[in-house]
Design a protein around this ligand. Sequence first.
Ligand code: GTP
Ligand code: MG
Length: 280
Amino acid sequence: MEANMSKRKEPGRSLRIKVISMGNAEVGKSCIIKRYCEKRFVSKYLATIGIDYGVTKRTHFARLMTMRYILITSQKLHFVYLSFYLKVRNEFYKDTQGVILVYDVGQKDSFDALDAWLAEMKQELGPHGNMENIIFVVCANKIDCTKHRCVDESEGRLWAESKGFLYFETSAQTGEGINEMFQTFYVSIVDLCENGGKRPTTNSSASFTKEQADAIRRIRNSKDSWDMLGVKPGASRDEVNKAYRKLAVLLHPDKCVAPGSEDAFKAVVNARTALLKNIK
Ligand code: GTP
Ligand code: MG
C-alpha cells in the first residue's frame, strides 16, 4: 500500500488510494470514471490505448483521499506501449487498494471474461501478492440498453457476491448507480485501510455457500430438465425425486438467499413435474 498503515489510523489524515479499472474493450471503464469525476458522458468511443491515468480528490468523513485511476484496456499489447507496458505491468497491479471490474450487460463475453481478468491480476501480483486486502467492485454497466441486455442482475450479483465482491448496476450514460457505487467503494476502502488491510466479509458472501452458488449456475446453464436435476436421461421416478429433494433442500427460498435462488428453485420444481409426467 502506498501510505503507511499506522499513519492512516490518525483521523483527518489524507489517504492516497490507487484504483485499477479492468474489463474488456468498450464496456465503459473510461465513461464510468468520466461520469463520476467530470459529471458528463461521451457517446463517441475513444479507445484507451495501453494505460490511461487520472487523479481525483474526494473528501470522505473529513479525510482527503486521492484516487489514482488506472485503466487497463483489453488491447493490452498496443504498439508504442507494448514494451513499456509489458516490462512494468505488474507495477500497475502492485499497491492497489481498489479494483473496478466492468462488464457490459449486453455482452456476455465481457461478463465471462471477468475470471480471466482476475486470473491475470493474480498472476502478475505473483505468489506474494495478496488479493485479500483489495476491495473489488463489479459494475454491470450499460443498464440503460435494456433491449440488448443478456446478463441479468442475479447472474452478475451471484458471481460478484460469491467472491465477496461488491456489485452495482450502472449506466455511465444516465449516471444511474455511479455515485452509489463510488461512495460504497470509498467507504469499503477506508474501512479496509483502518482494519489493517483485511477485506471485511460482506453480508452476502457470508449468507450463501459455494455449493448453492454452483447449483444455481449449473441450473441456469442446463440444457434440459434431466440436466437441470443432474440425472441421466431415462432415470427412474425415484432417481428424479431424490435429485429433486436434494436441490430443493439446497435452494429452498426459506433457506437460500443467493441471488437467483428463487428462479432456480422454480425451475427445479418445473423440471421435476415435466419429467414425472413422462415417467411410468
Ligand atoms: P477501452 O478503453 O477500449 O478499454 O474501452 P472502455 O471500457 O474504456 O469503454 P468506454 O468508456 O470508452 O466506452 C465505450 C463505448 O460505450 C463508448 O461509445 C461509450 O459512449 C459507450 N458507453 C459507455 N458506458 C455506457 C453506458 O452506460 N451506456 C451506454 N449506452 N453506452 C455506454
Ligand atoms: Mg477506456
